[in-house]
Design a protein around this ligand. Structure first.
Ligand SMILES: [Zn+2]
Length: 207
């Protein structure tokens, strides 16, 4: 009936360990290569929620302010990343536009919103509706939420647009830089932790 698997596979060297219950503020490491294997579930959730909120705020700043100035047919205009994606589509680069749209806007926003939706009630020991489905969506999105993919998307957009556009050194650019740092921390949170938070009793947790 417990859905938490008893084995942990090291992400660094594929060594297999038996999962041991951890106390708050405890983490386990691989004996062979030192990679972190596991961390107390409640600690991770408590750490990730404020980072998720901050990421959502920076995400809004990064996407609502213009990030590029585009010159088309003699007219110069400033546009947001979403606006730049529309320009890329118009210039016949729809595959690039889709890649940029998915990796820099859709996937991170979806992940942040699901995390927020799950973490807020769980901080009060409540399980939100659709819990299982949403955790599975998070797990399947995880490879796409990796910071390298996010950076690649931003980089591809800037390089592809460089002939048409100039990057605006404004709030959106700083927003993206800050978001890169925050997403690194947020995405280190493994969605499987949700199962532990939901199924394991958490003694010592404040009511
Ligand atoms: Zn290892």
């Amino acid at each position: 009936m417990k859905e938490v698997p008893d084995a942990i596979v090291c992400e660094g060297c594929d060594a297999v360990y038996r999962r041991t219950p951890l106390r708050p503020r405890e983490a386990s490491h691989c004996a062979r290569c030192g990679t972190e294997l596991d961390r107390h579930a409640g600690d991770q959730g408590a750490r990730v929620l404020p980072l998720t909120v901050a990421s959502l705020i920076l995400f809004a700043i990064a996407n609502l302010f213009p990030i590029v100035e585009i010159e088309l047919r003699g007219l110069s205009s400033q546009t947001t990343l979403a606006g730049a994606v529309i320009v890329l589509t118009g210039e016949g680069m729809s595959v690039v536009a889709l890649l940029v749209l998915a990796t820099t806007i859709l996937f991170p926003l979806l992940q942040l919103c699901i995390l927020f939706y799950l973490l807020v009630p769980m901080a009060r020991e409540r399980r939100p509706a659709g819990f299982g489905v949403l955790v599975r969506i998070l797990q399947s999105l995880r490879p796409w939420g990796m910071i390298e993919v996010f950076l690649l998307g931003v980089l591809v957009a800037i390089v592809k647009l460089s002939s048409l556009a100039q990057v605006v050194a404004g709030p959106a650019l700083w927003g993206f830089m800050g978001l890169t740092v925050l997403l690194t921390a947020v995405l280190s949170f493994n969605p499987r932790t949700f199962w532990e938070m939901a199924f394991e009793p958490r003694p010592g947790q404040k009511a």
